[in-house]
Design a protein around this ligand. Structure first.
Ligand SMILES: *Cc1c(COP(=O)(O)O)cnc(C)c1O
Length: 398
């Protein structure tokens, strides 16, 4: 494995040098005002990235990963036996369901094909049928990292409102937040879950949660067992700018730098950059004569593309060869799509030029493995797209 090459896995993502340096800092006393000076701007920046109300709701940053964020979200707002409604359409939505079951929740699962997003219509019907309001929370995976499928969270909120249903809306935004538009307030999201190692371009180690005022209130009545992840303790300590235990100061300093970088580029520009890089990847896949896993353009993720292997070929072989021969990481297929796809991650600290190197590597691997793909075809299609759209950007800036 070469440390010179970028990674094209959908997390952890490439780390900008300034963020790596920000994480590497001398020990400070985490109970001193020096820590609050690092922590407060990090929290304020996360609020902007999540599209939160500047004055309402809470941001909580836990020493954990995205999965720990899921656990904190459910254990702090739900009680044993509570019913939750969730769709299963990929490995991450499935793992969230498994975690809820392990905590003794009654999960009502709506199955959808693994090329589809959250089935809004069926979710709306289930909510409308629940006239006694036994469903306490609706779970949605904004960006299914296993399939490269984006779900319509605004549409899900509309369906919940149309059904007049009061359930909390809990959203996994681990592989979208900071890379694709996310609007907690506009979408009426009660808890948004993110992790440090994807759009925030940091090492793994922080679970990042945004909570609506309703979610904060739900903590009081919730009885699922929790101790370390009891967010009420966190909120109490927050009042004094600190933690109830020792926080990972370097990572939080890195997060402050990350949100500064996103703000400097401008969130709209960050999202446009991700979209443009992703669109180049999709043009490359089309030029290869291959399909992406997502069933329709409206479902295309701008952070990860799952490329479907042609009949008789195994997607995992591309990933194995890219790592062993060229020192470039791609993502394997997970769960139901294991072997059927390989995944190209294109989020975080990435440029069009870096992306071309990833597409060229994938082409070399597919050629080596005898896939019916013309070497150079995908790179040429992406180059053409990047050349012409860069021109538009240059004109817009002039
Ligand atoms: C990566 C990811 C997770 C899991 O996060 P960890 O940080 O690995 O615990 C959850 N959901 C989605 C959509 C992800 O992409």
């Amino acid at each position: 494995m070469s440390f010179q090459n970028p990674v094209f896995i959908p997390g952890p993502t490439n780390m900008p040098e300034v963020i790596r340096k920000a994480c590497d800092m001398p020990t400070i006393d985490h109970r001193s005002p020096a820590f609050a000076r690092i922590f407060r701007p990090a929290v304020a920046g996360v609020r902007e990235v999540l599209g939160m109300d500047p004055a309402a709701g809470e941001v909580l940053i836990l020493p954990a990963t995205g999965t720990g964020g899921w656990e904190a979200a459910i254990t702090n707002t739900l009680s044993p036996g509570d019913r939750v409604l969730a769709a299963r359409h990929g490995m991450f939505s499935q793992r969230w369901i498994d975690l809820c079951r392990a905590h003794g929740l009654d999960v009502q699962v709506i199955e959808a094909p693994w090329a589809e997003g959250c089935p809004i219509h069926a979710m709306g019907e289930a909510l409308a049928a629940d006239t006694e309001h036994r469903i306490r929370a609706v779970l949605a995976t904004h960006n299914e990292t296993a399939t490269g499928v984006r779900s319509d969270i605004a549409g899900l909120r509309t369906a919940m409102d149309a059904a007049g249903h009061p359930a909390l809306l809990l959203v996994d935004g681990v592989s979208s937040i900071g890379s694709m538009p996310f609007e907690m307030v506009h979408w009426g999201v009660d808890i948004a879950v993110a992790g440090s190692q994807k759009g925030f371009m940091l090492p793994a180690g922080l679970a990042i949660l945004g909570l609506s005022p309703r979610a904060v209130r739900a903590m009081e009545g919730a009885n699922l067992r929790r101790a370390y992840f009891d967010l009420r303790d966190m909120l109490k300590s927050y009042g004094t700018g600190g933690y109830p235990y020792t926080p990972p100061v370097g990572l939080i300093n890195g997060l402050a730098t990350s949100v500064d970088m996103l703000r400097d580029e401008g969130l709209a520009n960050v999202y446009a950059r991700h979209h443009r890089i992703a669109e180049g990847v999709r043009r490359a896949v089309a030029a290869w004569g291959l399909q992406v896993c997502a069933a329709r353009p409206a479902l295309h993720s701008d952070t990860v593309t799952a490329v479907v292997a042609p009949e008789g070929f195994n997607g995992t072989d591309v990933v194995t060869l890219a790592a062993s021969k060229y020192g470039v990481p791609f993502g394997v297929g997970l769960g139901e799509v294991a072997g059927k796809v390989f995944r190209i991650g294109h989020l975080g600290s990435l440029t069009d030029v870096m992306m071309l190197s990833g597409l060229a590597t994938a082409e070399m691997c597919m050629a080596d493995l005898g896939w019916p793909v013309a070497p150079g075809s995908g790179v040429a299609a992406a180059q053409e797209y990047y050349r012409t759209t860069a021109l538009e950007e240059t004109r817009a800036a002039a």
